[in-house]
Design a protein around this ligand. Structure first.
Ligand code: NAD
Length: 337
């Protein structure tokens, strides 16, 4: 297939593109190579992708309608996977405007551009942050998500609802996935797993919010990619043609939302213990109160993913952290984000 991946030089996009290329697809990436975290890391991912047959990168910002239209016209994709976004919960407190540009205007531009030449399936990244401080645990796709705690979550809610309107109006089959704390090799140095590895190895203290009383549904990158690849085949049909009575499927559009998590939250302090164990080094721990906008627990209900794809993420933190640390040791230090 011809597949268009926005955010291809990002953490998840890079792994996804590699997997799609392994399977023989032709992949057009689109990425603005933004300055959010170590740009050298994006350049390295880009170079590895560009060395592969069947891949090319269109460098451009989603906000630039002309650049986006030209890339889509060249790619003529059958499937579009939209991962490019301003990510990060904490950064959204400092720089909320970046989220409006990339996630709201950027997603709107992509949706409009696809009206002309709709692909067979559009898949879009959203986030577990939308569940906010939801008391219903585990988080299930059809529970309400209209009380976001941060502008990051609010901008992803906007992404989801704009996509729903386009799916309804233009009959564009759309799957939204909500990811849960993804980690692994080539990860994001602004996120706790790699930030901790980077700091502990350099002998710098690590900040531990809410005094460590947090649980996260850590999801290992290759498990996440496996789930995405399987979901490409699960094209949502309009609810009136669907006999499954699935509550996450829209009653008025070929549109569904699917959690991709492991469904097994881990205590943050256990995760840090595992990093220390794998590095053979103790962390200097700086215990801090809860941060604004943060949530104490994330926990995915994975039944829908499993029902649709026959798969659910399996990699536990021992294996996942070992792979992260191995990669880090072969790669070397990163600029802290
Ligand atoms: N990593 C996680 O744990 C996680 C969790 C929940 C949701 N997500 C979502 O998954 C997607 C991918 O996340 P990631 O971790 O790979 O992040 P990332 O920051 O590594 O990748 C995003 C990529 O998009 C590009 N980009 C950002 N804004 C752009 C714009 N306006 N125009 C063009 N390119 C732009 C960046 O240069 C970057 O390469 C994002 O939508 C993110 O919100 C990630």
């Amino acid at each position: 297939m011809r597949i268009f991946v926005t955010g291809a030089a990002g953490f998840i996009g890079f792994h996804l593109c590699r997997r799609l290329l392994d399977e023989g697809h032709v992949v057009d990436g689109f990425d603005g190579l933004t300055r959010f975290y170590d740009q050298g890391l994006k350049a390295e991912r880009r170079a590895l992708l560009e060395a592969r047959n069947g891949f090319r990168l269109h460098v451009g910002m989603l906000e630039n309608e002309g650049a986006l239209a030209a890339a889509l016209a060249a790619a003529k994709p059958e499937v579009v996977i939209h991962l490019a976004a301003q990510a990060g919960v904490r950064y959204s407190l400092e720089s909320p405007r970046a989220y409006v540009g990339s996630n709201i205007v950027g997603t709107f531009n992509l949706l409009e551009a696809l009206r002309e030449n709709p692909p067979g399936h559009l898949l879009i990244a959203s986030t577990s942050s939308l569940y906010g401080a939801g008391r219903h645990i585990p988080f299930v796709e059809h529970q309400h998500t209209d009380q976001p705690l941060t502008l990051y979550a609010a901008s992803k809610k906007a992404t989801e609802v704009m996509a729903h309107a386009h799916a309804h109006l233009w009959r564009l089959p759309t799957t939204v996935f909500r990811f849960f704390t993804v980690y692994g090799p080539w990860g994001r140095p602004d996120m706790a797993p790699l930030k901790f590895v980077n700091a502990i190895e350099a002998g710098r203290p690590i900040d531990i919010y809410n005094n460590g009383a947090m649980r996260r549904d850590f999801t290992y990158i290759s498990d996440l990619v496996e789930a995405i690849v399987r979901l490409i085949q699960c094209v949502p049909r309009p609810a009136e043609e669907d006999v499954s009575d699935e509550p996450a499927l829209s009653p008025v559009a070929p549109f569904r939302i699917v959690n991709i998590g492991r469904g097994a939250p881990v205590n943050l302090l256990d995760f840090i213990d595992e990093i220390e164990h794998q590095l053979g080094k103790r962390a200097i721990r700086n215990y801090l109160p809860m941060q604004k906008g943060d949530v104490p627990v994330t926990f995915a209900d994975c039944h829908l993913l499993e029902r649709l794809t026959g798969y659910r993420p399996q990699t536990g933190i021992q294996e996942g952290v070992a792979a992260l640390v191995d990669w880090y040791r072969s790669h070397g230090p990163l600029q802290p984000a």
